[in-house]
Design a protein around this ligand. Structure first.
Ligand code: GCU
Length: 680
C-alpha cells in the first residue's frame, strides 16, 4: 500500500508548517475513554493521521487537560462528567459531537458519541478537517447520518470476475495472495469506508451463485467480517432464490413449502453462528433470468417475507430489489412500479425494497423512479451505481455526486412541496425505522482501486452523501481533491471545476436531451444506436429506446405512449406529459418529437441535439487542456495516468458524437449546423 494511488484519500502526508503549529497547539495528547475494538481503531487512526500530518505523536494519557483530545462514550466517567447527555440524545446510534472545552491552562477537544461507532466517525471527521486544512481550534460539531444503513454493493463473482467492473478482478474472490496480503487490503478498505461513514457492504454479485451459502463461503465471509468489525462495517450477502433446491437438495424453492422455509431458517442460524453481526441478504429475484418466487406462482412479497422471517431472530434484514422487467405488455420503465405497488405495506418490518435511481437502468440521465414517493407504507432504499457501466467505464472522468444529488433532491410531490426523493427514503416523510442507501461499487484489484484515479472520488462522494445528502457536490469534490492530491488552490480550483462539469459533459456527448440506452450491445461500451440483432430481446436494443425515423426521435412515455408519466404525483405527471413543460434534459426520455420541433430556446430539435453532442466533446477537450497545464502540482505517475485517460476520454467523446450524429442524420436528412461543420 505504499503507492499514492492505493492510499486513496487517507494519505496523511505532512501539512505545511503553519497548520502543523495550529494543530499541535490544539492537540498534543490523547485520552481514550473506552477499550473496545472500535474505539481502539479510532485511537489507532488518529495517532496515525496526526503523526503523518504533523510529524508529531499524540501522547497517550489517562487524564484530560490542556491540549488533550478526549474520545469516548458516556459509558465512561470522563465523558459523563462533561454533561453532554441532551446533545448526545440527538446523535442517535452513530452520530457524534465534537467540542472544544476550556480547561485550566488552555483547552481540550472532545469527540463524544453514544456508541464507539459514533466515536469512530467523529474521529474521521476531525481527521478530515486536518487533512483539508480547516481550523480545529473552536469546534462545535453535531452530526448524525441521514440513513441508518449505508452500503456498497459489489457485483463480484465467486470466480473472481466482476460484473460491470472496470478496475480489474475481485478483491474478494479467487485470489492467489496470502491472507496477510489480502487482510491488509481489507483493513484499508474498511478504513476508507469508515472514513466516509459507509457501514456495510455486500461483497458478491446480485446475480448470485448459490454456492455462496455453502460452509466454505460462510467461513470466508466470517474472516472478512472479523476485519470489518472494528470499523463498524457489517457484511451482507447476495443470495440466489433457488438455493434450497440447488445446494440444499430440496425438491423446489417454493416459499410456501415448509421445508424451504426451514432451510432458510437453518441457513440463517448457521451464518449467525459464524458472523453474529451479519447484516442480511440482498436479493435479485425474477429479474433478467434470475429465479424467484414467481417461478412457483408466488409473489415478491411472499419471497421477501419468507427470507425476512428467517433473519428476524438474528436482527438481519432483506434488501429486496425492484429492478425487474420482463418482455411483455408493459414497457420496461413502468414495470417495477406496477409489480411492486400492490405490495406496499405488506412486507415484513425487516424488508426494504431496493430501487435503482431511475426506472430503466443507471443511464447517464433518467427521470427518478416513481417508486420513490409512490411506495409509502413499506420502506424503500435507493440504489446508485458508482461503477460507470453507462458512463465510459473507467476511461472517463465523470464525477457522479452531481448526478446523485440531482436524484436525491428531485421533488416527488408525494406529500406536496418538500417531498424530495431523499426525504421519501430517509424516514422523514413516511416515518420508517429502517432506512438505507446503496451503490454499486467500482472497486477492483487495480493498483489505484477504481481503474481511473477520479473513480475514487465517486466512492468517496457516495459515502459523504449517504451520511449527509445536503452536502454540496463542490465541497465534497474539494475535500477529496485536497485529501487525495494537494491543497494548492491553483490545482484545486480547476480540478474541482472539471469534476463539477464532467457528468453533464458525458451526458452531452453520449445521451443528450434525454436520449438513453444507445450504447454498445452487451458490453455497454461506446455508441451503437444502430445495433440490430435478429431474435434479440426487443427491449435490449437501442432502436427500441431512440425510435429514430424520418419523422423524429425519442421515447413516448406520455399518456399517448407507455404512460410512465401517470406513475408520478401531480403536478409532475402533467409537467412530464407536456413537451413544453418537461425539463429539456428529459425531453426525449418522455417524448417522441419531429426533427424540426422547436425547443423553448428556439432551436430546432435536430440542431439542438447536434449542438449538445458538440458541446460534450468541447468540454472533454477543455478538461484535457486544463489538466495539461497542471503538470508539476502532483506526482508524475498519477499526473500522467490521468492525462492519458483524459486523452482517451476526448477520443471516445468524438467517437460517440460522430457515431450518433451521423447515424441519426441518416433519418433526419438535415445538415449539421454550418458553424459546427468540420472534418471529423
Ligand atoms: C444491468 C447490468 C447487469 C446487472 C443488472 C442488475 O442490467 O447490465 O449486469 O446484473 O443491471 O442490476 O441486476
Amino acid at each position: 500500500l505504499a503507492e499514492s494511488g492505493e492510499k486513496l484519500w487517507l494519505r496523511y502526508l505532512p501539512l505545511d508548517n503553519a497548520k502543523v503549529v495550529d494543530y499541535t497547539n490544539a492537540i498534543r495528547s490523547l485520552v481514550v475513554a473506552g477499550d473496545d475494538a472500535v474505539i481502539s481503531a479510532a485511537a489507532e487512526e488518529i495517532q496515525m493521521a496526526f503523526n503523518g500530518l504533523t510529524g508529531n505523536d499524540l501522547r497517550n494519557v489517562n487524564r484530560p487537560g490542556a491540549g488533550a483530545l478526549l474520545i469516548g462514550t458516556p459509558e465512561n466517567r470522563l465523558i459523563r462528567d462533561l454533561e453532554l447527555s441532551s446533545e448526545l440524545e440527538k446523535c442517535g446510534e452513530e452520530g457524534y459531537i465534537i467540542r472544544t472545552f476550556p480547561v485550566r491552562n488552555g483547552q481540550m477537544t472532545v469527540i463524544a458519541a453514544n456508541t464507539s461507532a459514533g466515536v469512530l466517525y467523529g474521529t474521521f471527521d476531525l481527521i478530515r478537517r486536518m487533512q483539508t486544512g480547516e481550523s480545529i481550534s473552536k469546534l462545535e460539531v453535531n452530526e448524525s447520518p441521514a440513513f441508518k444503513i449505508r452500503v456498497l454493493n459489489h457485483w463480484d463473482n465467486l470466480n473472481g470476475t466482476v460484473e460491470r467492473g472496470y478496475a480489474g478482478h475481485s478483491i474478494w474472490f479467487n485470489r492467489p495472495e496470502d491472507w496477510s496480503v489480502r487482510s491488509a487490503q481489507y483493513k484499508y478498505y474498511a478504513r476508507a469506508n469508515a472514513s466516509v461513514g459507509i457501514n456495510g457492504t455486500v461483497i458478491n454479485n446480485v446475480n448470485a451463485d448459490p454456492n455462496v451459502l455453502t460452509a466454505e463461503y460462510i467461513e470466508k465471509y466470517a474472516r472478512i467480517a472479523d476485519i470489518f468489525r472494528p470499523y463498524n462495517m457489517k457484511i451482507y450477502m447476495s443470495v440466489n432464490f433457488a438455493s434450497p433446491a440447488v445446494i440444499g437438495g430440496l425438491e423446489n424453492s417454493d416459499p410456501f413449502n415448509p421445508a424451504v422455509q426451514q432451510w432458510w431458517k437453518d441457513k440463517a442460524a448457521e451464518i449467525y453462528q459464524s458472523i453474529p453481526d451479519f447484516g442480511g441478504f440482498l436479493v435479485k429475484a425474477n429479474s433478467e433470468g434470475q429465479p424467484g418466487p414467481m417461478d412457483y406462482g408466488r409473489t415478491h412479497k411472499d419471497g421477501a417475507n419468507m427470507m425476512a422471517k428467517a433473519l428476524q431472530p438474528h436482527n438481519g434484514i432483506v434488501m429486496w430489489r425492484a429492478f425487474v422487467y420482463e418482455p411483455g405488455d408493459d414497457e420496461r420503465s413502468v414495470q417495477a412500479y406496477n409489480e411492486f405497488m400492490p405490495f406496499d405495506g405488506e412486507f415484513e418490518d425487516n424488508v426494504i425494497v431496493q430501487v435503482k435511481n431511475g426506472p430503466v437502468d443507471f443511464m447517464p440521465r433518467e427521470s427518478f423512479s416513481p417508486l420513490f414517493g409512490g411506495m409509502q407504507k413499506s420502506p424503500v432504499m435507493i440504489e446508485f451505481q458508482i461503477t460507470q457501466e453507462y458512463l465510459g467505464h473507467s476511461n472517463h472522468l465523470a464525477y457522479l455526486s452531481t448526478m446523485w444529488k440531482e436524484v436525491l433532491d428531485a421533488e416527488t410531490f408525494a406529500k406536496g412541496v418538500g417531498s424530495s426523493v431523499a426525504k421519501t427514503t430517509d424516514g422523514t416523510l413516511f416515518n420508517h425505522e429502517l432506512t438505507a442507501i446503496s451503490a454499486v461499487s467500482n472497486i477492483g484489484r487495480d493498483i489505484n482501486w477504481t481503474g481511473h484515479h477520479f473513480g475514487q472520488s465517486n466512492w468517496y462522494a457516495f459515502g459523504r452523501l449517504a451520511w449527509d445528502y445536503d452536502l454540496l457536490s463542490e465541497d465534497i469534490a474539494e475535500e477529496w481533491v485536497k485529501m487525495t492530491f494537494v491543497h494548492d488552490q491553483k490545482f484545486v480550483e480547476p480540478v474541482v471545476d472539471i469534476m463539477m462539469r464532467s457528468r453533464e459533459a458525458v451526458v452531452n456527448y453520449m445521451n443528450p436531451l434525454g436520449l438513453h440506452h444507445i450504447m454498445g450491445w452487451d458490453h455497454h461500451f461506446g455508441p451503437e444506436p444502430w445495433t440490430d440483432i435478429p431474435g434479440a430481446r426487443e427491449d435490449w436494443l437501442p432502436r427500441y429506446y431512440h425510435n429514430a425515423s424520418e419523422f423524429g426521435i425519442g421515447f413516448d412515455r406520455t399518456t399517448n405512449g407507455s404512460n410512465l408519466v401517470s406513475q408520478y404525483h401531480s403536478p409532475l405527471n402533467k409537467i412530464y406529459n407536456d413537451p413544453l413543460l418537461v425539463p429539456e434534459n428529459l425531453l426525449l426520455w418522455f417524448h417522441h418529437l419531429p426533427w424540426n420541433y422547436r425547443l423553448q430556446n428556439g432551436l430546432k430539435l435536430w440542431d439542438a441535439m447536434v449542438y449538445k453532442y458538440y458541446e460534450g466533446v468541447e468540454e472533454a477537450r477543455l478538461f484535457q487542456n486544463r489538466w495539461d497545464r497542471l503538470e508539476g502540482y502532483i506526482d508524475d505517475r498519477r499526473f500522467k495516468e490521468i492525462q492519458y485517460k483524459l486523452k482517451l476520454q476526448t477520443t471516445e467523446a468524438i467517437w460517440w458524437r460522430d457515431a450518433c450524429v451521423l447515424y441519426f442524420q441518416t433519418y433526419s436528412n438535415l445538415p449539421i449546423p454550418a458553424e459546427l461543420e468540420r472534418p471529423v
